[in-house]
Design a protein. Structure first.
Length: 134
């Protein structure tokens, strides 16, 4: 029995506050349990989404991702494919970190995700699945 792509996608919307990012990390942990991903690779991806959230919260985008009461929100979308996990992080930025911290976040993301792109206020991180050749 094959599962549809929709069954292998998880979305989570949280307040755009650093204290809530742990919820996204927990959701990613659950998705990683469904994939042939080594523990170290899963830990790398959790670090990458934490840094992506930090990067976006300190950005200068003009999006309008707002929840009830006008509070800024972040959305995490986890797509599990046969050969990779793709995580999209988006939301309204908060000017909470310096440019140096954003640069450090980007360096950590580049070191922990296999691919990363940033466009129109969304950071897209990809991690290939499977065990490394040995």
């Amino acid at each position: 029995m094959e599962s549809s792509l929709a069954e292998r996608t998880v979305s989570l919307t949280i307040p755009a506050k650093p204290d809530y990012v742990v919820l996204a990390r927990l959701a990613l942990s659950a998705v990683c349990r469904l994939a042939p991903l080594e523990l170290e690779a899963a830990a790398d991806l959790k670090l990458a989404i934490t840094e992506a959230a930090t990067f976006l919260m300190g950005g200068d985008r003009r999006s309008s991702a707002r929840g009830e009461g006008g509070a800024p929100q972040m959305t995490f979308r986890f797509d599990l494919a046969d050969d990779e996990i793709v995580v999209e992080v988006s939301g309204e930025p908060l000017p909470t970190i310096s440019e140096e911290e954003r640069e450090l976040s980007r360096a950590i993301i580049d070191a922990t995700a296999d691919r990363c792109s940033y466009e129109d206020g969304t950071m897209r991180l990809t991690k290939r699945l499977g065990l490394p050749a040995g």
